[in-house]
Design a protein around this ligand. Structure first.
Ligand code: PAJ
Length: 292
């Protein structure tokens, strides 16, 4: 193969993708699927590699979904680099890359959307109205288009995983959702396509998200599982970074995402989740703790 030549099969229409996947499905090959907004980093690639390993056929989608961006969000300036994404996908062993344009996915304004209630009331659901409706709708469309056996999602977006698992359960979508661990930079910052927006000084201070979460995890492991205490520990730590502008710091049950009264109960899982702005860039991170 010539250098720079892209071998992963790039498919732009729903019809074509269905046509290509049908024979594989008919011959009993398993299909693993990983949806993305593109601008791939190691976090994305870790999910792709896992999909590659656990299935006969690996499919990704690259689609910046307008439905999940608010009117004042970064849809237009969301970073894009299709050529690089396809090269990385190729290296990670992807068989098919589905790269529809907006007209292919939404030929007319949608009148049907998927709303998962309760779980979407807090965290990013509260600060980004309509966001999870946009995510659930596009993910259901993609699952119906691809028809995978397994679909891979990162715990960096733990609320997204909870929303999709609930949707799949409620609507009997025949797919196994596979949650995957968060990949981090060497200093602990969770990898994100949006990290490229950070100035050098913002980038330095952004480690405070993970540091604060780690401190809280250590406190919880030492028995300090009071939700209010953990919340103020994390909030205080983040407030100490001068460029950090916190949007939320919350301690909730996981995956139901309900507020906790006092100490977390043994045998339950809790999430400590944060969203913090650095200038125009909004970063999220979380940690999930098993309470013993
Ligand atoms: P995107 O932000 O591109 O992320 C694609 C997938 O990669 C998601 O499942 C996300 O949780 C995962 N991911 C992102 N950063 C990660 C990291 N540091 N470690 C591990 N996994 C990570 O999430 C979306 O796109 C969209 O909402 C989508 C599901 C594609 C629907 O449009």
């Amino acid at each position: 193969m010539k250098q720079g030549e892209i071998k992963v099969e790039t498919i732009r229409t729903i019809r074509e993708l269905r046509r290509k996947l049908a024979p594989h499905r008919q011959s009993g090959r398993s299909i693993g699927f990983m949806p993305t907004l593109g601008y791939m980093h190691e976090g994305h690639l870790s999910l792709i590699r896992r999909a590659r390993k656990e299935n006969d056929i690996a499919v990704i989608s690259i689609f910046v979904n307008p439905l999940q961006f608010g009117p004042n969000e970064d849809f237009d300036r969301y970073p894009r680099d299709m050529e690089r994404d396809l090269r990385l996908a190729q290296e990670a062993g992807v068989d098919f890359a589905f790269v529809p344009d907006v007209r292919e996915m939404y030929p007319e304004p949608v009148k049907t959307t998927v709303k998962v209630s309760g779980i979407t009331d807090r965290l990013c659901g509260a600060s980004r109205p309509g966001h999870f409706e946009g995510v659930a709708t596009v993910v259901l469309k993609l699952l119906l288009i691809v028809g995978p056996d397994r679909a891979y999602f990162g715990m960096k977006d733990a609320q997204q995983v909870a929303v999709i698992e609930q949707m799949v359960k409620d609507l009997n979508v025949p797919v196994a959702i596979v949650p995957c661990p968060t990949l981090r930079e060497s200093d602990g910052l969770a990898m994100s396509s949006r990290n490229v927006y950070l100035s050098p000084e913002e980038r330095r201070q952004a480690v405070v998200l993970n540091q604060a979460l780690q401190e809280a995890a250590a406190a919880a492991a030492a028995g300090r599982t009071d939700a209010g205490y953990l919340r103020s520990l994390v909030a205080g730590r983040i407030a100490a970074a001068p460029l950090a502008d916190p949007e939320y710091v919350e301690v909730l049950s996981y995956p139901s995402l309900e507020p906790l009264e006092g100490r977390a109960q043994p045998g339950t899982r809790i999430i400590i989740a944060v969203a913090v702005r650095f200038g125009k860039t909004r970063l999220i991170d979380n940690t999930i703790l098993e309470i013993r």
